[in-house]
Every structure is written in structure tokens, then in C-alpha cells.
Design a protein around this ligand. Structure first.
Ligand code: BMA
Length: 811
């Protein structure tokens, strides 16, 4: 059948479905399901169509709503009402983002209370998959970068915690902290198995959707792996059905059959191989589909009508299998649940398996009353694979969903829909993914690999930056949202009790790993000094920089440059800015100082002789008054001129191309204040800030979070990097400061997590003048155990936790 024929034959079906969607289904959810009181959407609507605003809200339901309205906004963008779909998608997104995403450990919770407080904070891979799917669709529909970043962050978490490197595929579920969980079932009807078809089916769906908007090579590999596991493990070559539950090594543990999943998998597999654009895999998947399609037809009950969705009870201990029939032409929904070894369990009312998610576990679920009046229009469970699913009754008139309206009068439900229409509405919400792609949009709009848009790759402010410098910028951008690099000033040169001892690092000795960012100070390079103001010798510094870079870490440098007018130090605030600008009395001298900087950074080489990229952070804390370039000693225009001249001279005159440039004010109260002295996008790669104030205790966490938000948002809007370039509490007196104060702020939400790195100030060797001037712990310091915990947090990256930053990301 050619595409044209197919589209032609399906045209009436498509038109009818579009009508159902725009006149029935979507308006129904907009008018009945919005939770005005708590935000988001209500967790449950019962069989009498009464919303229950106090019902808990599941990740799967909310992700489905997000997906649905995003997909509607995309597919129906030019139709009346499209703005409402977008608004509903954004509403769902807000709820997912603010209530379901765990701000501390990442990932979506399984279930929250009506008002959004966590209720069941476990991390089911199944739920992560639904969220990835929905966020990817939201990005595809709206272009919002943030949704894509959130989807990628979830992908990253699933890969980090759930992927089985040995046998392929994914573990089922974890604790809130992504630790081991003994009972990984989604609900009591599922077997407690290490791996399940259902989770992999939705990972397949999610990864295919994400791959369409984010064609990342690692994602591609994993999507292909899931397809392979379907073809070689999940599909039973003998029967053509899907196997449902497995041990960790993919040994099947159940022989139950799920006809609904057989059907669902047939198109999800094809959708995934289409996204991959792999012809050989597609041919294999298509063969599988043919077999299963025939088998699945056995699930259709003739006679009294209706479709049987789930097959006989599995023999595997503990797995209970529901049977649903929409009998008598769809008049009644009956459910029978077979327990262990086929023992019959009490019937359940359709409303007890309503839209709010899985059944409660334990005896309560077994004591529910038998159905009083089960109805064919009971909503399906929000997630597939539960004990009850309702499929289109055989005689529900798909194209005639409207024709069925008013039949006998009793069919009218909310929104003027017939019961048949409402059944269809509920089904369509649950299965819109498949319906819209496979039928409603037959022949039109099926995405091909060529449709995949690669995210634009912005570069550093220096268009001639070396390959390693460009790679560093791109890789740090790509890492944002997934990992925050940990940095420490002067880390390899000295610590609280030592100086110049090869291999030592207070960070490593207290936390267990070297930092991933080393910041140094070029002060004194301008005066041709042998050492900087903190006695770090430049000859040694060159070697430490090579050492840190050789370990794959990031090298940064601030510059407490002397006062060019007075010859005093950086804290000598004698007026000097005007003097160093072109035409000023000290300008020639300042150029010579920059020559010193250029010579030093030009001497920094890696093992292959390549230039080491350095994040240069001159003239920091310019909004404070303590440095000669500070707020009270230069106008904004003078400061900008100083910064721009510095970049232009190094980059364009001296041909230095291994620098990224960081702008980093001290604490600030608003984006405008932050930008007051910003030199411009053409001169800056990193939007940083120094903050020693809001980090002191959890009491000011909101202030730190606000600053992180502002800097991340400003950096993202400019496609730059964001960083907390200096921070810490001198002598870390709070032994739980790392995970009690700093980490919760950094992990607060998807924006704070986009900070590329944080850098702690130095651990000055103990002396009479500086008896406790340290900001990172040393071995034995009171906060060291907590720092080690902080170091192990998946959000934080120390040496060894970062991918290769110095080679361009593969495309
Ligand atoms: C300050 C202190 C000083 C140091 C200066 C430059 O914050 O740490 O001891 O000399 O920075 O690094």
C-alpha cells in the first residue's frame, strides 16, 4: 500500500479523530482536570465524572498530560484553541518541574500529594521515561531549551544509575537517593522482577523522542541497545508475544502475555528504528511486528464484543494478571484479577483504578468492594501495565464518535460527549502517542532522521580559539545541568599544613579526589616576578597547570594585578583605570604587562605540545570598592573599556587563542546590577560571580539560589557558561556545610544545576598572620567527612568524573 493510498484510506478516520481530539478530548481535560486550587491537574476523576482535587498526583499521569498538550500544540498549532493547548502544556510543565522533579537528588518522584509535596519519592525508571518523553515533546513543540535540558538531565540520571553495563537494559527502580530498592514493583499487580518489558517499552518510547530533538551519540547507542533487547530478549521468537518479566541477566521469569503491550510495542519499535534511521534494524523490527500483530488478534474477543487486553495469569509467583473485557458492545467493563497460582481475587470497581495511578499496595487493595455498576466509559489507568486497561470497545464507532452522541440520551457526559465518546477520549489520552503517529497523521508528519535538528553549537568569544579551547567551551556547555565541576584555588601549590609537596592536595586528602577545576593567580606576572603575591612560583605554576590539565581538569586564572598608577598592589585604589586606557599615561606600561600575560599563557603546553586552555578572569569583583578597578574607582564605561582593551589586545594583537574570558562581579541583587559593568558578549565566555555571603548558612539559601538563577539565565540567554567563581566559608566551621548548605542550593532546581563550576577559595598555609584562612577542608578537618559525601554526590564532578573536555563533542 503506497503512502498516498494509505493516507487516502485513512483520511475519514483521521478527520474523525481530529474532531474527537479538538472538540471532545482536549476540551474535556481543559475544562475538568485543571486543578485551580493547587496548580497542575487533579489526580483523579471518578466514574461519575467528579474531579477529586485532593487525590495524589502521579508522575506518569502528569507526564502524559504534558506530552498530550505539547503534542496537541505541535500538531494543531494553526487551529483555533492552539494557544490553550500550549498554555496547558506549560501548566503541566510547571507542575512537573516544580513538584515532581526532585531538587536534591534529581529524577521525578513517583507520586506527590495534591499540593505537590512528595508522597512516594522513589525513582522508577518507568516514570523517568515518561518524563523524558514528555519533556522532549514539549521542547519539540515549543523550542524551549529548558525542557530539552531537563530531558537530557533525566537521561543522564537513568544512564548513570539504572543502566546495566553487563547485560544491557535497565534496572527497575531506586530509592529517592538512587540507592538500592528491595521491592521494585510499580504496583502490586507486577512481579518483583529485576527487569520488565514495560519499563523498557517506555524507555524505548522516551529515548526515540529525545533522539529526535537531541541526536547525541551516546543516546543513539542506548536506543539501539533497547531495540536490540526487544528483538533478542523481550520478543518471544516462538510465540511472537512479548515476555513481561526478567531476571537481571534477561532470563524470563513469567509466561504471562499482555496483548495491549504487544500492539503498543509493534509501533513503538518501528518508531524507534525510524528515529535511528537504521535500515537493517528496521527490517528486523518489521518482521517482529508482523508476527506479533497476528498473535495479538487472538486477544480480540468475538461474540459479546470487546477486546481482551491482558492474557492468562502468569505462573510466576506473585504476578497477578488482570483481565478486562468491554463486553456487550461496550456496555460493561468487567474485571477479574487472578492472583498467585490463578486464585481469583475480588473484583474491583472501575473507579478504584482511576486515573490517579497505581493501586495502593497491600491488603487494602484486596478488600475493595465488587463493582456496583461498572461502566464501559471508566477511564483507563494512567499507566499501562496495570490490572485494568480499557481498549476501544469493538463497536465503539471511531469515525462515528460524534455520530454516537445523543444515542438514547443516556450517553451524554461532561462536555456533551457520549459515553462511547468519553471512552474514546480516555483511550486517546493514554494512547495519543501511537494514534497520532500511526493513524491520525498517517502519511503526514512522520519524522525522519533528516528532520532531526541538531542543537546549535555556539562558540567562544574568540572565533580563532584553539581546538582544545573551543572543545572546552562546548563540552562545559553540554555538561551544564548534569554536573557541576568542583574547583579549588591554588590547590596543588599548598595546603593548610604544607607547601610545594608533589602530589598533595587538601581537596584530595579530605574528599578523596583532586578537583576538576584549578584556579590560579597571575598577579606578579606583570612585574616579571618569580612568584605571585601568594608565593606561588611561576616556574612551578607552569608545571602544576600542566599536571591539572593532564588529568583532564579545567585551568582558570584570576589576576590580582598591581596598581599601574602607583605600583601598589591590587588593593591600592589610587586612580588608575583612565591611565591605562589608550591615550593614558600608563597605557604603554599596561601593554607590556599584557605581553607578560601573553607570554605566560603561551608557554602552557600539554603533552602533545598543544596550548593549555585557560579561563582568564581579570578584573573580578568590579562592583566592590576594594580593587583599583572597582566600582568607586572607575565608571562603568571605563571599566568596560579596560576589559575590552585587555581582551582585544591579548586576542587580536598578541594572537593569544587559548583563553576563555570570565566576567565575575561580587554579590549582586538583580540582573541589571549584575550587568552594570558587563563588557559585552563579544568579550566574555563565562558569566561568573563571587559570593562569600549567601553561602554562610542555609538561612540565606534563597539569596544564593536567586543569584545562581540570575547568572544561569543571563548566561543561557547569551549561550555562555555560568560559574560560581569564588565561594566558601573561612575555616568551614559548620561540619555539615557541604551537604547542608552548599549542595542543597546548587541542587535546588534545573537552573541552579546549570552552573558549570564552583571554585572554593584557597587554603592558605597556617601562619601567625593567617591562622585559619582555608576554605576547603584538609584531612582531619571537622567538615572533611561531609565533604567526602559532597564529593560523592552525583551532581558534583571532581577529577575523574568529567568526560574528555578537550576534544570536540562527537556529532
Ligand atoms: C585574599 C586572601 C589573601 C590573598 C589574596 C590574593 O582573599 O586570600 O590572603 O593574598 O586573596 O590571593
Amino acid at each position: 500500500m503506497s503512502t498516498a493510498d494509505g493516507a487516502g484510506a485513512l483520511a475519514p478516520l483521521r478527520a474523525a479523530m481530529a474532531r474527537e481530539l479538538t472538540e471532545g478530548i482536549l476540551p474535556y481535560w481543559l475544562s475538568r482536570a485543571v486543578d485551580e486550587r493547587h496548580g497542575g491537574f487533579v489526580g483523579r476523576i471518578d466514574e461519575d465524572d467528579v474531579p477529586h482535587p485532593d487525590a495524589p498526583k502521579g508522575a506518569v499521569l502528569n507526564a502524559r498530560i504534558l506530552w498530550t498538550f505539547s503534542a496537541a500544540a505541535r500538531a494543531l498549532g494553526d487551529t483555533p484553541g492552539a494557544a490553550r493547548y500550549r498554555a496547558a502544556a506549560d501548566r503541566a510543565l510547571r507542575f512537573v518541574r516544580e513538584c515532581l522533579v526532585d531538587p536534591v537528588y534529581g529524577g521525578v518522584y513517583w507520586m506527590v500529594d495534591a499540593d505537590g509535596a512528595p508522597r512516594d519519592a522513589r525513582k522508577h525508571v518507568y516514570a523517568q521515561a515518561f518524563a523524558i518523553y514528555a519533556l522532549s515533546e514539549h521542547h519539540r513543540a515549543t523550542g524551549a531549551d529548558e525542557s530539552l535540558r531537563e530531558a537530557v538531565a533525566l537521561f543522564d540520571l537513568v544512564e548513570r544509575h539504572a543502566h546495566d553495563a553487563e547485560h544491557g537494559g535497565y534496572e527497575e527502580a531506586f530509592t529517592r537517593e538512587w540507592g538500592r530498592l528491595d521491592d521494585v514493583r510499580l504496583s502490586e499487580v507486577d512481579a518483583d522482577a529485576r527487569k520488565s518489558m514495560n519499563t523498557h517499552l517506555h524507555v524505548l518510547e522516551a529515548y526515540a523522542a529525545l533522539y529526535r530533538v537531541w541526536p547525541d551519540p551516546r543516546l543513539r547507542d542506548r536506543l539501539a541497545e533497547v531495540v536490540e533487547r526487544f528483538l533478542d530478549r523481550i520478543v518471544d521468537a516462538r510465540t511472537g508475544h512479548l515476555r513481561l518479566f526478567f531476571d537481571g541477566d534477561w532470563t524470563p521469569t513469567s509466561d504471562a502475555v499482555s496483548y495491549g503491550h504487544d500492539v503498543e510495542a509493534s509501533w513503538l519499535l518501528l518508531d524507534a528504528v525510524d528515529a535511528l534511521g537504521d535500515a537493517a534494524l528496521r527490517a528486523r523490527a518489521a518482521r517482529v511486528r508482523g508476527g506479533r500483530g497476528r498473535r495479538a488478534r487472538r486477544g480480540v474477543r468475538r461474540g459479546r464484543g470487546g477486546d481482551l487486553l491482558r492474557g492468562r495469569a502468569g505462573r510466576a509467583g506473585g504476578h497477578r494478571q488482570g483481565v478486562v473485557a468491554a463486553g456487550g458492545g461496550g456496555r460493561r467493563v468487567r474485571e477479574r484479577v487472578a492472583g498467585d497460582r490463578g486464585r481469583a481475587l475480588p473484583r474491583r470497581r472501575a473507579r478504584d483504578v482511576g486515573v490517579h495511578g497505581p493501586l495502593p499496595r497491600g491488603p487494602r487493595a484486596r478488600r475493595v468492594a465488587p463493582p456496583r455498576r461498572a461502566r464501559r466509559d471508566a477511564p483507563p489507568r494512567a499507566r499501562e501495565g496495570g490490572p485494568v486497561e480499557v481498549l476501544l470497545p469493538q463497536r465503539a464507532r471511531v469515525p462515528g464518535g460524534h455520530g454516537a452522541r445523543g444515542r438514547g440520551g443516556r450517553g451524554r457526559g461532561a462536555g456533551g460527549m457520549s459515553r462511547a465518546g468519553r471512552t474514546f477520549r480516555a483511550i486517546t489520552l493514554g494512547a495519543l502517542a501511537g494514534v497520532s503517529a500511526a493513524a491520525a497523521c498517517a502519511g503526514a508528519g512522520r519524522a525522519r532522521p533528516a528532520d532531526v535538528a541538531a542543537p546549535a553549537a555556539p562558540g567562544p568569544a574568540d572565533p580563532r580559539a584553539t581546538a582544545e579551547t573551543r572543545a572546552l567551551f562546548a563540552n562545559l556547555r553540554a555538561l551544564a545541568g548534569r554536573r557541576i565541576l568542583f574547583g579549588h584555588h591554588d590547590d596543588l601549590a599548598y595546603g593548610y599544613t604544607w607547601r610545594n609537596e608533589p602530589g598533595r592536595s587538601d581537596v584530595k586528602e579530605s574528599g578523596g579526589a583532586y578537583p576538576a577545576v584549578y584556579e590560579w593567580d597571575l598577579s606578579g606576572i606583570e612585574a616579571d616576578s618569580a612568584a605571585n603575591l601568594d608565593r606561588v612560583e611561576f616556574a612551578r605554576l607552569r608545571a602544576w597547570i600542566a599536571e591539572g590539565y593532564g588529568r583532564g581538569s579545567v585551568i582558570a586564572a584570576c589576576w590580582h594585578v598591581h596598581n599601574p598608577a602607583s605600583g601598589g598592589n591590587a588593593w591600592d585604589t589610587t586612580a588608575a583605570v583612565a591611565a591605562v586606557l589608550p591615550g593614558g599615561a600608563r597605557h604603554a606600561e599596561y601593554r607590556r604587562w599584557l605581553d607578560g600575560v601573553a607570554a605566560f599563557v603561551g608557554s602552557l603546553r600539554g603533552a602533545r605540545g598543544e596550548l593549555v586552555p585557560v579561563v582568564f578572569r581579570p578584573f573580578h569583583e568590579m562592583n566592590g570598592g576594594w580593587f583599583w578597578w572597582g566600582a568607586r574607582h572607575a565608571t562603568p564605561e571605563q571599566y568596560q573599556a579596560l576589559y575590552r582593551f585587555t581582551v582585544t589586545y591579548l586576542r587580536d594583537t598578541r594572537g593569544v587563542h587559548n583563553l576563555l574570558y570570565a566576567y565575575s562581579p561580587d554579590v549582586f541583587d538583580s540582573p541589571d546590577a549584575y550587568l552594570a559593568r558587563y563588557p559585552g558578549d563579544a568579550f566574555v565566555d563565562v558569566l561568573g560571580f563571587d559570593d562569600y555571603q549567601s553561602v554562610r548558612s542555609p538561612a540565606t539559601r534563597a539569596v544564593l539560589v536567586r543569584r545562581l538563577h540570575d547568572v544561569v539565565a543571563l548566561a543561557d540567554a547569551r549561550r555562555k557558561l555560568a560559574a560560581l567563581t569564588e565561594t566558601g566559608v573561612e575555616s568551614v566551621p559548620d561540619s555539615l556545610w557541604w551537604t547542608g548548605t552548599l549542595l542543597p542550593a546548587l541542587a535546588s532546581d534545573s537552573l541552579t544545576r546549570r552552573v558549570a563550576w564552583i571554585s572554593l577559595w584557597r587554603n592558605a598555609p597556617r601562619s601567625a598572620a593567617l591562622p585559619h584562612h582555608f576554605f576547603a577542608p584538609y584531612a582531619g578537618q571537622a567538615s572533611a567527612p561531609d565533604f567526602a559525601r559532597f564529593r560523592r554526590d552525583p551532581l558534583m564532578a571532581f577529577e575523574g568524573d568529567v568526560p574528555d573536555l578537550y576534544h570536540a563533542p562527537r556529532d
